[in-house]
Each structure stands twice: as C-alpha cells, then as structure tokens.
Unconditional design. Structure first.
Length: 695
C-alpha cells in the first residue's frame, strides 16, 4: 500500500467534510483541532481540498517544519508543498547568509505567484521575521521563458546582467550564467538545478535542467522563471503574510508563540548584536519585519490550531473538531513488548499499518515475527512518516519502522542535500565515540563529545548529544539532527582547535574552504570539458588473442567483473579519452581487469604504463602480469629503485625504441628520463588503508 492510499483510512470522508465546512465558513476566524498526535495533522491536511490560498503551516522551529514538510511531500507530491526557511545560517541574528535556504525561499515566493498546484507552505517564526520582496517587485524582476518563445539570446543576457547575474565560463552556483554558441546556461535563485536553454536562431528550442558537477542535462521542462537573489530578502520588503494575502489561513500548534518570537527578533536590543557586523550581512537587521505591523497582519488572519491537547483559553476557538489519537509507543527494539502490543491491538480489532521507506524493512520485521513464532499480520506502507500514532476511533495504527528499530529519522529539504554530504554520522558511529573524542557540528564547529543525556522536551523524554566548546560552553543536539554531526577527521596525533560557541571563526573557515573548493571544482569542470572535446585513440575490437587470454583465466568471472570489463573495453574502443575508476575489495578481480586492458592495448600496437605505489607491490604486479601474459607475444618489464643502473639504462633504451609493451613500476616510470615510443594506456593502482591498518 502507498501512503496516499493509507491517508484515506485516517482522513475519512466525514472528517474532511466536517473540517472543510468549518474552513469554508469565513466568519469562523479560530478553529481548534485537538487529539492529533504524531504525524496525524499531516495526514489530515493532505486530504483537504485546495483553498483560495495555500495553507500556511507555522511550526515551532525549522526542524519541526522540515519533518512536516517531508510528511506532506510523502503523502502528496513535490508540487503541492513548499518550505520557507530562514535565509541565514543559525538565524538572522548571526547575519551569515545561507544560499541553499535562499533558493528555497525564492522558489516558494515564485511558486506562490505562479503555481496553481501549490497547496501548503511550511515555515517557522524565525523565517517569518525576514522581509521578502513585494509581489510587484518580484514580478518585475522575474524573467519568464518557455519553449517555442521567440526572443534573442542577447536580450536575455542583457536582462540577466541588469538583474545582477554574473557571466562565467561554467555555471556552478545561483546568480550565474554562461553563454556558449546557441546554448545559454542560467542558475536562478528559484530552482535547485540550473537551466540550459538551447536556441534555434531566436527561438528557444528546448529547456533542460542540468547537473552542476557533470554539466550533463537532467530533465526537460516547458517553461522556467528566472529570479535574482534579492527576492527572498529585502530592506524595503513585506512579510510573507502580506505577500500571501488576507485570504491566507494559518495553521500552527502554538499560534500564541509566533508573534512574540518575531517581535523578539525585531527588538531593538536584539538588533544591536555585535555578531551581525562581525560575521556577515551588515544590513541583516534592516531586513527584519516591523513587529507592530506583523502583529496587526497576523491578528487579522484566520487560524487553525492543532495538537494533542485542546487549545488554551487565550486562543478563543469559535469551532472545534476532536480526534482520538495517541503517539506510537516507545518499544526500544524490545520484541517481547512489540509482540505483546501488536497482538493486543489486533485482538481489539485494530488494523496495523507499518510505514517504512523500503520494502526490505517490512520484510525484516515480518521475518522477526516469523522466527519468534508470533502470529502477527500487518500491512506495509511506503514511504514513511515522521511519528507514528494510533487512531482509536478508526481503529488503525500508523506505526513507523524507524521508531520500532530505534533509528533516528532525518528530514531533508530539497536544497539541503548538498549540505548534508557523505560525512553525516550514523547511530552506529555515535555509539563508537567515547567521551572526550572530537566531534564536528555543521553549524557550530569542532567540540568534544560529552556523552548522551536525557532531557524533557514538551513533556516527552528526548535523548540529546552533549558537545563541549571553548570555555566549557555546551550545545545539546537532538539525535534527530545526527546529519549535522560528523566525527573529526584530521592528522593523526594532532589535536584540533576547539571552536568558540556562537563565534564567527568557524563560519569564516567554512566560507574560506567553500571558496577554495569552488575554485577547484571550476578547474576540474574546465579540465573535463576540454577532455570531452579531445579525440583519443580508438582501440580495435577484441582479437583472437584477447579471447585466448580471457579463456585462460582459471577462475569463473563474477557478474561484476564481466560488467566492469565490458565497460572498460567500450571506453577503449571509443574515440573519447578514457578516464575510469575501478573500485573493489581485495579479491574482486581488479588486477585481472587491468591485465586484460593492458593486453588489449598492446595487441593494438600501443605501450602500457602500470604505476603502483610501492616497490614490493611493483614486483608483485610484474610477476602477475608475466605469469598471465607469458605465452602471448608481449614483453613486460619492471622498473624501480631495486634495478641496477645498467639494467635501468637498457630498459629505458628498449622502452624508447618500442621494444617493451608493458612497463610496471613505481613513480620512477614517470620520471623525465623515461620516454615511451607510443604510450596508449596508463593504469594506476591505488593503495588504501584504514586508520586501524595504518596503526
């Protein structure tokens, strides 16, 4: 079962009609929805019919907003949901702008102006405190283009320059464009990927999104809106509430906390923070909404309050609906407890839905029940939600596998993928870290791991990770934010410098590193672009000798070996220069692949260089090559510091004369004195060791 189908079991026709009737009555300004636990609000809202304006859902913070955003995306689709975060790292008070978040903000504003499919905007008070460009300003700064439109490329380029876009050789970040012949690449601040416009004379022939790293096209679109940087932040702007209009309906678990939180950010005392001038945007506080105007605007809107408990008296609810749901129990992987609980639910007539992101997780749980001898049936549902719950009126349990197996559940915003990286910490790695070990937080920098502690949040126990910074300052990080942590990886035996919590040094270091990485990426993109235009030697198809060599292999090839070898041969037989990485564990068969590729090159009259990291490995590989190619008409030689000067001299002379087909050696083979007559293939063996192996 898919999640949208499961949604109908909770958001029944009668429930949706009752809520829809309340929302349709514009005289009702305050509606209360109580008894909604876990991810029940997401299921309920997802089933609502489209309103005059997208429903604005204000969560307590960006973490809650992120989970709700992911829940709604999983139930509906990407086009129906948008997220509106703060445009600054760690909030506007630190003044450090966050380009990925600015993309999300601009994307939301553009979709609010143009998309008829957008149904939900998820945000938090910190994001609402920042001004946005008014609708008229956004419209005047938006370049709308579509396939088939006749417009000179030069006209678009002139408008891009006017809006502050920079001309570059290759586009790699928002605010850039690149022109190459009939192709115009543009990276808008309202899209996760840049756009590639292909012109036929003055007509836009096609528009595609493309990948920044590979510069290859990703998918086609019919139209695009190109928006500059200033849309998501403005010193002369308006609040998001004003941007959306007076017909907006706001839903929040804590309506009374929103205005005070925004007022706190906009307060005079707050705006004097020295961090603004020290770390980033000096105009940051000018981009904060006026607290009085915000309060006036927010008070005039219609509200839906949702949560487990009824609304507080101060909310003044004019109508209400009550539900009967409770949070999924904490089982802590205790399958005796899980079995007992599930059995009791089934006996009471409940239907159990197991929500997961993969079928294998449901199968795993099913096998565990089977091995235990438990007679428990459940319906697998994909994908998952953030928090499971039981609906006692409909007698349905929406239980999540990550809560059953005690795995942290990570939310992701669309543009957050690039920031998460591959160094994110897992629970398994966290359990291996000892108190006092160095740990890195994406936003706060390097600190010392202080262990796991339990604390109460909203009346519920929550495990937190304690990190100690300079001056014994503490940061408590939820285990749901593990994607922001990584184990410190530095030079062995050299302790790092502990960061100052709330200081600007870490952010400056990240920005400096980011700049250098961009420069490196720019050089690599340019290099690979030049390689793609180069023409290399296309090797001939396999000869009978190649078939004879491969048939003499004493082991049966694995499917991965066959697939990799075929890919290598296709590369070699192409006119494009080959650049391929073959990666695998010990025993995978990498050396055999290298031998076959080397012989294919030698059989076509080209020489081969085999570079290995150590003298010992050079000798081992030389012996392996000789043993495999001994009966075939090729000459293999070995060059390293272990060779005598006389032997080296003779090898170099024969190599330059073309009498040696394959030369195996250490870095010595790339010396100035080494000259190949006709080098056609370079094979490099890399040696990787883990820290424990190095020790």
């Amino acid at each position: 079962m898919i999640l949208s189908e499961a949604d109908a079991l909770f958001a029944t026709k009668s429930r949706i009609e009752a809520l829809g009737k309340l929302i349709a009555d514009e005289k009702l300004r305050r509606i209360d929805l109580s008894g909604l636990a876990g991810s029940a609000p997401a299921l309920l809202f997802a089933a609502l019919p489209q309103l005059k304006q997208p429903l604005l859902i204000v969560a307590a913070d960006i973490t809650d907003a992120g989970y709700l955003y992911n829940d709604l995306r999983n139930i509906t689709d990407d086009e129906a949901v948008a997220v509106f975060p703060s445009g600054y790292k760690r909030g506007i008070k630190y003044g450090q702008q966050d380009p990925p978040s600015q993309i999300l903000r601009t994307d939301t504003l553009e979709r609010l102006s143009s998309s008829k499919k957008l149904r939900f905007v998820i945000t938090c008070p910190e994001a609402l405190a920042e001004k946005v460009a008014p609708r008229k300003t956004l419209a005047s700064q938006t370049i709308s283009l579509k396939v088939g439109q006749k417009i000179p490329m030069s006209e678009i380029v002139a408008e891009l320059i006017k809006l502050g876009f920079n001309s570059v050789e290759y586009v790699y970040e928002p605010g850039q464009f690149a022109r190459r012949g009939s192709i115009l690449d543009v990276y808008s601040y309202s899209a996760e990927l840049p756009w590639r416009l292909d012109f036929f004379d003055t007509e836009i022939d096609s528009i595609r999104a493309f990948n920044v790293e590979s510069q290859l096209s990703d998918h086609k679109v019919d139209s695009v809106a190109i928006v500059p940087r200033g849309a998501s932040e403005s010193t002369e702007g308006v609040s998001l509430l004003e941007f959306m209009g007076s017909h907006t309906v706001v839903a929040s678990p804590d309506p009374g906390d929103i205005a005070p939180a925004v007022a706190n950010i906009a307060s005079q005392e707050f705006s004097k923070s020295a961090l603004i001038a020290e770390e980033g945007d000096p105009d940051a506080m000018k981009k904060v909404v006026d607290a009085d105007n915000f309060l006036k605007t927010i008070t005039g809107l219609r509200w839906i309050r949702f949560g487990v408990q009824p609304a507080p008296a101060g909310f003044n609810a004019e109508a209400s609906l009550s539900f009967n749901t409770t949070l999924q129990s904490l089982y802590h992987k205790n399958f005796d407890l899980i079995s007992e609980s599930f059995t009791r639910f089934i006996a009471d007539g409940y239907k159990i839905l197991l929500l997961s992101d993969s079928e294998s997780q449901a199968n795993r749980l099913r096998e565990i029940f089977k091995d235990r001898g438990d007679n428990i049936s459940f319906t697998p549902v994909q994908p998952t939600l953030h928090e499971g719950f039981a609906d006692h009126d409909a007698k349905i349990c929406f239980f999540t596998d990550h809560q059953i197996f005690d795995r942290f559940h990570k939310y992701s915003l669309r543009s957050d993928k690039a920031r998460a990286g591959k160094l994110a910490m897992s629970l398994k790695e966290l359990n291996q870290i000892e108190i006092g070990d160095y740990i890195v937080h994406m936003d706060h920098g390097i600190g010392k791991f202080g262990g796991l502690i339990k604390t109460g949040i909203n009346g519920r126990p929550q495990e937190m990770i304690k990190i100690i910074y300079q001056g014994n300052a503490l940061a408590l990080v939820s285990i749901h934010a593990l994607h922001k942590l990584s184990k410190y990886r530095g030079k062995d035996g050299i302790p790092p410098r502990i960061s100052k919590l709330g200081g600007g040094a870490w952010l400056k270091l990240k920005e400096k590193t980011k700049t250098k990485m961009k420069e490196m990426a720019r050089e690599l993109i340019s290099l690979y672009a030049r390689r793609r235009t180069e023409k290399g030697h296309a090797f001939a198809p396999d000869s009978y000798l190649q078939h004879e060599l491969e048939a003499s292999f004493i082991y049966e090839e694995t499917p991965d070996q066959l697939k990799t070898m075929q890919a290598v041969k296709e590369d070699m037989e192409s006119e494009r220069p080959m650049d391929r990485l073959v990666c695998g564990d010990v025993g995978f068969g990498k050396t055999e692949i290298a031998i076959r590729a080397a012989f294919k090159a030698a059989a076509d009259g080209k020489q081969v260089a085999v570079l290995v990291p150590t003298t010992v490995l050079a000798m081992q590989h030389y012996n392996t090559f000789v043993n495999r190619l001994g009966d075939l008409p090729v000459r293999v030689e070995f060059l390293s510091r272990a060779k005598k000067p006389k032997e080296v001299k003779q090898i170099l002379e024969d190599l330059e004369a073309g009498k040696i087909d394959i030369l195996v050696g250490t870095h010595k083979i790339i010396g100035k004195s080494v000259k190949f007559k006709d080098l056609g293939l370079l094979i490099i063996f890399l040696l990787y060791t883990t820290p424990s192996q190095r020790d």
